[in-house]
Write a protein that binds this ligand. Structure first.
Ligand SMILES: Cc1cc2nc3c(=O)[nH]c(=O)nc-3n(C[C@H](O)[C@H](O)[C@H](O)COP(=O)(O)OP(=O)(O)OC[C@H]3O[C@@H](n4cnc5c(N)ncnc54)[C@H](O)[C@@H]3O)c2cc1C
Length: 400
């Protein structure tokens, strides 16, 4: 049985690994000319994704590549003194297993796990999929596959080809995000700096093995802003307009906008599809159920989804008419939970009022001053996302 996966970031390589372990022949087509190695942004792996990575034998490499972020300095707008928080306290209290890692490092590790058993077509993209499995590409000659899986992210090409325009499924959740790469400031060493004001939050972090840092900008907007997705100048201008004056640090990060080698800007949208399989085609990860970039545990959801999809296919003996609905049923609660938690995380991360900013700061102050026991109890009440993802249970699908 031949299976085509579109996308080689997180969900794609994890799915490719497990499908080959279950005995399927796999081809992955990736639009980028090579595996991306610019770092991307930091993503979180919670307990179920750590367990799946352990089964793949790649957990030690993932832990070795962790960003090493363990301290947060939180500056509320207008306050004289920042609040310092020991992040390891938070991680220990909310999760027995958690790793923060740069997305491109994670992708490279998952890719390496099955590189020799999978055919990769870089620099190509699907242009058409017929109901009988004939697939056309931008560059490669047409080929027939038994199944096609879209693992090509929030703006999925496969989803557009098979299910229709993205606007039918995406819901704007009232916020935008921007990320830029900038030179590491000395002394950052495991620290994330956050400046928070009403409706806008900016942060900077690095990773112990990278000689550059990332600045992340999150801001609220009641309505969708007008800009073309290729108009980078306008996107940078929107960031400048929103963040100038929040703090001198932030102004310095904004100064890098004209020099940055990597820039990302997007609305924070949530995908809401009732079903994400049609005929021989299904979706996995952000392509099918992104709860919202930067506000949820979507990477964990992508890893779980890839593992479950491969497992259900194997369980159904390759019969996709049984496997796809079983995969969707197994993921439904996780997907719904992820959506709800992303909305609440967005409210906390980008407060809408002075009261919200004060709440965030007081929470951070309490965590940093209380002894371990009470702060653990407090954290269990306030860190919903981590608790949700850590509590997700996933069936075991051992390869026969
Ligand atoms: C700024 C930012 C911050 C984030 N922060 C976090 C975080 O803190 N924690 C967290 O868990 N998650 C975070 N995320 C989300 C996380 O990056 C994704 O959930 C995760 O990468 C999902 O993986 P995926 O494989 O489903 O999709 P993606 O990582 O989006 O990968 C899609 C892949 O498909 C490829 N592709 C696209 N179009 C085509 C095509 N036409 N043909 C072939 N290939 C194609 C792309 O090049 C890419 O390789 C963040 C995302 C962003 C943008």
């Amino acid at each position: 049985m031949r299976i085509l996966i579109s996308g080689a970031s997180v969900a794609g390589p994890v799915l490719a690994y497990w499908l080959t372990r279950h005995g399927y022949r796999v081809t992955v087509v990736e639009r980028a000319p090579t595996l991306r190695k610019t770092g991307g942004h930091a993503v979180d792996l919670y307990r179920p994704a750590m367990t799946i990575s352990e089964k793949m034998g790649v957990l030690p490499r993932i832990e070795e590549r962790a960003t090493g972020t363990n301290r947060m300095t939180l500056h509320p707008e207008g306050a004289r003194r920042p609040v310092r928080v020991d992040l390891s306290k938070i991680f220990n209290a909310t999760s027995d297993r958690h790793v923060e890692i740069m997305r491109d490092d994670l992708s490279e590790i998952y890719y390496g796990a099955a590189r020799d058993d999978v055919e990769y077509l870089f620099g190509d993209s699907i242009t058409a999929i017929s109901p009988d499995g004939e697939v056309r590409f931008d560059n490669a000659a047409p080929r027939r596959f038994d199944l096609v899986v879209g693992a090509d992210g929030l703006h999925s090409n496969v989803r557009r080809l098979v299910f229709g325009d993205e606007s039918r499924f995406s819901t704007f959740i009232g916020a935008y995000l921007g990320v830029l790469t900038l030179p590491t400031i000395s002394g950052l060493d495991g620290e994330v700096l956050i400046h928070v004001g009403v409706g806008r939050t900016a942060g900077m972090y690095g990773a112990r093995h990278l000689d550059e840092a990332r600045a992340l900008f999150l801001f609220r907007s009641d309505r969708e802003l007008e800009y073309h997705h290729r108009d980078v100048r306008r996107q940078k201008e929107l960031l400048r307009r929103t963040f100038t004056g929040l703090h001198a640090d932030v102004d310095r990060w904004l100064d890098e906008l004209d020099r940055t080698p990597a820039f990302y800007f997007d609305s924070i949208t949530q995908l809401r599809m009732d079903a994400w399989s049609r005929g021989r085609v299904t979706l996995v990860g952000d392509a099918g159920y992104c709860p919202g970039p930067a506000v949820g545990g979507s990477t964990t959801l992508a890893v779980i989804g890839a593992y479950v999809l491969a497992g259900e296919l194997a369980r159904a003996g390759g019969d996709h008419e049984r496997a796809f609905p079983a995969y969707e049923r197994a993921m439904a609660d996780h997907v719904h939970g992820g959506r709800a938690s992303a909305l609440s995380a967005a409210r906390t991360l980008i407060p809408t009022s002075r009261f919200g900013v004060r709440g965030l700061v007081q929470g951070a102050r309490l965590v940093s001053t209380l002894p371990a026991g009470p702060s653990r109890a407090l954290l269990r009440l306030t860190t919903k996302t981590a608790r949700l993802y850590n509590s997700m249970t996933v069936d075991d699908y051992p390869p026969s």
